[in-house]
Write a new protein. Structure first.
Length: 523
């Protein structure tokens, strides 16, 4: 093992150990009497261990073969005392393919760029010329023979093609506020798996195949819309991959008791999965509302339930991701399973969820479980009933509005009606402890009302050009296509609160504004 350590206040230098006291010693003092060199950011290739250290040459790239004489400066990338690989002692990633190291370094006004090194001064070279530089927090993953890297100013990953020795802006999305942390994205084969968010579900796991518009949500894992206007996102941490299995977990489950672990088999590109998050809401001693996560591209669900000792299941179908089950025996165990239909083909049944109709929580606070849209003007809010809480008061409003609407509920299931279609709402709540109201919850929750969005925009004639708009109306994707000798197409994702996110802009700048109703505003 190689590590940084210091004794008798001589400063941290490079040490090595074979796990015994006698085999643990200072390998090399890089700085001598000048003070600590602070070796850090170690990365091993097949033939050397690379690290960064601070000496009279500044922060530069070093390597060792395990011996004192074999511990050397690779190259003074930024000549003289100026820093080449770090500005100060900090975490910076490096990656390798075979004997070749890839990392961020700088030697001129271009700032940090992608570099590579084979361990020799002549083999240490700059590979990119990205305006405003690249991010050192990037892990430089290697995917399909390309080294991926990112810039603070670009919403997509750059890709360096090793065989062609050239860089280009890829179609893999990059969101700095999520992906500046290494555990928020992972390349596996030709696909990128990443943490992202939208106004419909909040932060969830997404994937991209690297094609234009090739991003899609994997599957909802958190039933509460935990969207936030802030850039910080603590949900959905990617642990890594085991073979073709991608492992990730969400920040918490609906009952705040654990961090559920999810697995996705990346070798299966298209399949119909059953819901993976199933929650029972105790509405009364003889009824429960079963909630589950939305599954992409589904055409319906089936739910079945029975007592453990029964042979036959009771089966019902629904196109919603919730279902009310009534007339159950009180204080009895029931087994619940779900499956999904995709293009008329049913998935396997889900794992079994066991529920006892006598259950009621004893939390001292109301735990929000889910928001479920019933139709374009009605949304159901679900919360976990408790023996300590007599009722809950909700207040809600269209996001950005200043006026609240108020309603109360004691059953754990509140239907809010009379809402505006295609609108994004903010809400919060407070508990009644037997006549004493608690303060309003310090944060906000969100829900949306569905409905197609009509553009109210006919095809446009722009001189000799013609701009076609389709489909119209739509609720997910909008295309603007310019008809000319060399047609160009612009694709936009439509969010539920009326925002339009450009997926591609070539040559023409289209500025979409926030429109509350049905018109598309653009310049």
């Amino acid at each position: 093992m190689y590590f940084s350590a210091g004794v008798n206040n001589t400063g941290e230098e490079l040490w090595r150990s074979n796990g015994t006291p006698g085999g643990t010693y200072l390998l090399k003092d890089l700085n001598g009497v000048l003070g600590a060199s602070l070796p850090c950011n170690f990365h091993a290739t097949t033939n050397a261990l690379y690290f960064m250290a601070n000496t009279s040459s500044g922060w530069e790239l070093w390597k060792t073969d395990g011996s004192n004489s074999g511990t050397v400066l690779v190259a003074d990338i930024n000549p003289g005392p100026d820093n080449g690989v770090l500005d100060f002692y900090s975490v910076a990633a490096m990656n390798s393919l075979g004997d070749t190291l890839y990392f961020a370094a700088k030697n001129d006004s271009m700032g940090y760029q992608l570099w590579r090194s084979d361990g020799t001064p002549s083999g240490t070279q700059r590979l990119s010329n990205v305006a405003n530089g690249i991010l050192q927090s990037n892990t430089f993953p290697v995917s399909g023979g390309n080294v991926m890297f990112a810039s603070f100013y670009a919403s997509k990953f750059y890709s360096y093609n090793i065989a062609l020795d050239s860089s280009y802006l890829s179609e893999y999305p990059f969101y700095y506020y999520f992906h500046s942390s290494a555990n928020k994205y992972l390349f596996s084969g030709s696909r990128l798996f990443f943490a992202g968010k939208d106004t419909l579900f909040g932060p969830e796991m997404w994937q991209s195949d690297g094609s234009l518009g090739g991003e899609r949500k994997i599957q909802e894992t958190h039933l509460v819309n935990n969207w936030s206007p802030n850039t910080v996102q603590g949900f959905n941490v990617i642990l890594g991959a085991i073979g073709s299995k991608l492992l990730f977990y969400q920040a918490r489950n609906p009952f705040d008791a654990e961090k559920p672990l999810f697995v996705l088999d990346t070798a299966i590109v298209q399949t119909c999965h059953p819901p993976s998050v199933i929650v029972n809401v105790p509405v009364s001693s003889s009824s429960t509302h079963v909630l589950w996560n939305h599954v992409n591209d589904q055409s319906g669900y089936q739910i079945r339930f029975k007592k453990p000792a029964d042979i036959l299941w009771t089966i019902d179908s629904t196109d919603k991701s919730y279902f009310a089950v009534n007339n159950l025996d009180t204080v009895s165990d029931y087994m619940f399973q779900l499956r999904t239909a995709c293009s008329g083909i049913w998935s396997d049944w889900s794992d079994t969820v066991l529920y006892n109709t006598g259950f009621i929580g004893n939390n001292s606070y109301a735990n929000m479980l889910a928001e479920k849209a019933e139709d374009s003007t009605t949304v159901r809010l679900y919360w976990l009933r408790s023996s300590q809480i007599s009722q809950v008061q909700f207040r809600y409003r269209p996001y950005g509005s200043t006026n609240w609407n108020y309603t109360t509920n004691a059953s754990g299931h509140k239907r809010i009606t009379g809402l505006t279609p295609s609108t994004f709402y903010e809400y919060t709540y407070r508990e009644d402890y037997n006549g004493t109201w608690a303060p309003w919850y310090f944060g906000s929750f969100y829900f949306n009302t569905p409905g197609n969005l009509s553009t109210s925009l006919p095809d446009l004639s722009l001189g000799a050009k013609r701009l076609m708009v389709y489909p119209n109306p739509t609720s997910s994707v909008l295309y603007l296509e310019e008809k000319r000798a060399l047609p160009r197409q612009f694709k936009f994702l439509i969010l539920t609160d009326g925002w339009f996110i450009p997926v591609l802009s070539q040559g023409i700048v289209l500025m979409f504004l926030h429109c509350r109703k049905v018109d598309i505003c653009f310049q």
